[in-house]
Design a protein around this ligand. Structure first.
Ligand code: ADP
Ligand code: MG
Ligand code: ZN
Length: 509
């Protein structure tokens, strides 16, 4: 007879239903799994066989053929162990119960313990639309699965425990989602940063409008220190944002232990030696890269010019679209990747170009080559540039009297609320994301501000892109001021954050 059991598969972020079919027939003993299984699925045979025997069941004698349908989609990973075992028990009539409204997921140990798997939340979310109610998952993944409401999620520790439940002998209690916790532990605080009021102001604007920012300054000026404090002044994620980001971490197998729903915005700081695949995602069964792990949070590229040209090029499309497409032979997968980019760099190879006291030892050619590495398309996509001056000793030695991150975060949250209200129902929520088609509608300027903008535009020889960046930043500064119409001071301040265009990148032009 043919027995069927429901399971789920995942490709990229996309979960799909999988049916596990078992056919037992007489003949020479054999055990085949078909339906595009990868190596890990093929190994399922040995685990299922051992788990069956060690839990006191008989391994069926004869020809065993198991099929994972649909056969045209690749099945990867060890998560089919449990549904394979259930299907085999049903085909051999060692288990007689209705499982037509149940989905099984889980890896098995040889002794029949059920081990955690990746991507449970994404599969649980997809399951809701399939009309299947009961979900049996590894106990360690149950709280995560329970975040997808509307399902009965059963935490399974072992095969005997599951069988006892299915045979109504000893029921498993359904899981509940854990309360959201601050998974990042104590956050870095802005009150540690002495002085640097201009840089702090620029970072607050960045946080308010969801912008990108480039920090440029000599070594030790505090660029890394301040960049790492940006997540602490961002408002927590909304439920929808949490759900999106948590699914990515779940698929990547990077969800911290004990966390079923992430609350704090992620902060990713990949090293400049990280491969392009590591940054953008990839692999034969595509997995998310750093830019997706930074979704709804911050991607920090420290020492920007050290990143390979290819890697930086690969960031352009995701920066524009908020998603990254990973194309593979098995089909393409797309991952969400809407992040705030924070980049830091020295102004030249030795680090002291433009320093007030230390001389730069680089040749003009070397400085140019260094800056050229990041100029052009990527630089065009940075909203704000800010020079980070070296802190002097007096400031460093002085007692910190700076504002705490909590105070700044409160202001930022208010400005984010203004934007969320204004853009409600339009599919975006921050000034940085205003699409070109709606640009004029949301960047209304006073006539004085418009004149200032025109004069600046002509004097600085700005590109059309830079012009829009200035207006978006001015929009954010106006929101911080509680002004509906963008006025002169807002434009005047916004213009300052584009001056590096002139000072560094247009030195020769
Ligand atoms: N404004 C500042 N206030 C307090 N400490 C600072 C400040 N700027 C730099 N520092 C100290 O100097 C160290 C080096 O700064 P860092 O952020 O690594 O500089 P950069 O990334 O610009 O090279 C920091 O870890 C911090 O201890
Ligand atoms: Mg640094
Ligand atoms: Zn130099």
């Amino acid at each position: 007879m043919v027995a069927k059991t429901h399971s789920m598969g995942i490709f990229g972020m996309e979960a799909f239903p999988v049916e596990v079919e078992t056919d037992l027939s007489t003949g020479l003993p054999s055990f085949e799994i078909v339906g595009l299984p990868d190596a890990a699925v093929k190994e399922s045979r040995d685990r299922v066989r051992a788990a069956l025997k060690n839990c006191g069941f008989d391994f069926p004698v004869g020809r065993i053929t198991m099929n994972l349908a649909p056969a045209d989609r690749k099945k990867a990973g060890p998560m089919y162990d449990l549904p394979l075992l259930i299907s085999l028990l049903k085909a051999s009539r060692q288990l007689n119960c209705d499982t037509s409204d149940a989905v099984f997921l889980g890896e098995l140990s040889l002794s029949g313990q059920v081990r955690p798997i990746h991507g449970v939340l994404a599969m649980a979310c997809a399951l809701r639309s399939l009309g299947i109610r009961r979900l049996f998952v590894p106990a360690k993944c149950a709280a995560e699965a329970a975040v997808a409401e509307g399902l009965e999620v059963y935490p399974v520790e072992s095969v005997p425990q599951l069988i006892a439940h299915l045979e109504n002998e000893h029921l498993i209690a359904p899981a509940k989602p854990l309360p959201a916790v601050d998974e990042a532990g104590p956050q870095l605080d802005f009150s540690d940063v002495h002085g640097q009021p201009e840089v702090k102001r620029a970072l607050e604007i960045t946080a308010c409008g969801g912008h990108n920012i480039l920090l440029l300054g000599s070594p030790g000026s505090g660029k890394s220190m301040m960049a790492r404090r940006l997540p602490g002044i961002l408002p927590p994620m909304s439920f929808e944002e949490s759900l999106e980001t948590t699914q990515i971490y779940s698929v990547a197998g990077k969800l911290p232990e004990g966390v079923s729903l992430m609350k704090n915005r992620p902060f990713r700081a990949p090293h400049h030696t990280t491969s392009t695949t590591g940054l953008t995602g990839g692999g034969s069964m595509p997995h998310p890269g750093e830019i997706s792990l930074a979704h709804n949070g911050v991607l920090f590229l420290d020492e920007l010019p050290e990143f390979s040209h290819v890697a930086l090029e690969a960031l352009r499309q995701p920066l524009e679209n908020g998603t990254v497409e990973v194309v593979r032979a098995m089909g393409s997968a797309s991952f969400p990747s809407r992040f705030m980019l924070v980049a830091a760099m020295n102004p030249c190879p030795c680090g002291y170009f433009g320093h007030p006291t230390r001389p730069c030892t680089c040749s003009p050619k070397a400085v140019d080559r260094y800056l050229e590495k990041v100029s052009g398309p990527l630089l065009d996509r940075m909203d704000l540039h800010i020079e980070v001056p070296p802190v002097d000793f007096d400031q460093l030695a002085a007692h910190g009297d700076g504002e705490s991150s909590a105070v700044i975060r409160e202001r930022v949250t208010k400005v984010r609320e203004i934007q969320a209200k204004r853009y409600a129902g339009l599919g975006f929520s921050t000034n940085a994301q205003i699409p070109d088609t709606l640009f004029d509608q949301f960047t209304e300027t006073s006539s004085d501000a418009a004149r200032l903008l025109q004069r600046t535009f002509e004097r600085m020889g700005l590109s059309g892109r830079a012009y829009r960046r200035i207006l978006k930043i001015a929009r954010t500064i106006a929101d911080m001021d509680g002004c509906r119409i963008i006025d002169t001071p807002h434009v005047a301040e916004a213009v300052q954050y584009r001056t590096l265009d002139r000072k560094y990148w247009l030195r020769n032009g």
